[in-house]
Ligand binder design. Sequence first.
Ligand SMILES: Nc1ncnc2c1ncn2[C@@H]1O[C@H](COP(=O)(O)O)[C@@H](O)[C@H]1OP(=O)(O)O
Ligand SMILES: [Mg+2]
Length: 328
Amino acid sequence: MSYEQEKQVAIEAALTAAKLCEQVRQEQVTEAMEKSDKSPVTVADLGSQAVICRALAMAFPDDLVVGEEDASQLRQPEMADQLNRVSHYVKSVVGDATPDQVLDWIDRGNSQIGGRYWTLDPIDGTKGFLRQDQYAVALALVELGEVKLGVLVCPALPVSPDQPDGEKGVLFVAVRGQGATMVPISGGEPQPIQVTKADSQEAMRFVESVESGHGDHSRQDAVAKAVGITTPSLRMDSQAKYGAVASGRASLYLRLPSPKSPDYREKIWDHAAGTIVVEEAGGRVTDMYGKALNFSLGAKLSDNQGVIVSNGVIHDTVLDALRETASV
Ligand SMILES: Nc1ncnc2c1ncn2[C@@H]1O[C@H](COP(=O)(O)O)[C@@H](O)[C@H]1OP(=O)(O)O
Ligand SMILES: [Mg+2]
């Protein structure tokens, strides 16, 4: 299958959602509400999920969508102002939409996984979004446990790594067997991307989360040193880190379980799109024990712990170093 229609619909939907997110950010209305798990959610997370689920419902009415957000909080009477704000932003990018439609679109993203499903993180890296930093809109199509298509929109990522203050906004797209591409959000011809092949020290840079609670920074540093990386890590929120590895800006992304939450299991929407973008750019993605990420078990990667993303060349060395740092 070429997945051409899925690709076009997913790109258009994710770019429209990213436009909504940037509008919210520019108008500085980015205060967060708190979810039951204490993580932040904003008007933009909910609006982005509504826009993408609407587009998927129109093009693929029978498809399942497993998204990060749900509308239960927004349905409470005391949340009427928030719902109006979400509806306002949705209308500004897709035309007419009633608050009830918006609620229903958001809740279309509450499916369980199936043989074929989409998984969506409407704003991956909400904390980065609130900090005016990196975030991503991440959408992936999974069939029989294999990610087939991934779209990552990174509105704050510099188009050129050499010009950090230059144009920002990058779209990464990958289809299984067709390679990965990158293009500025502003337009242009998508260019094929490749991970870095060099394993020289100069070419090696590793990326990790900004948030200390989302990883084990001291062990990540130790592993990076053990594989010969001497430059300090590039800290970045969201699956923009996968984009950084896929486009050769870094050779390694380490995400080891935080000592504060050793039993944390990663969510499918935090990894599906990024995984295929890196794999199709020639890289490798496994958990910290070298096992493939299993997208067929539910919303969590319950069979995996930690995530290691590399250019492939250094992957086994990293896994060896991990075994060694574990036994110290
Ligand atoms: N203890 C944890 N360990 C690893 N990742 C976490 C943890 N708690 C939350 N996350 C996830 O980290 C993601 C952001 O990662 P990053 O630091 O790379 O930007 C969020 O989507 C969040 O998932 P969620 O909000 O879906 O529960
Ligand atoms: Mg996320």
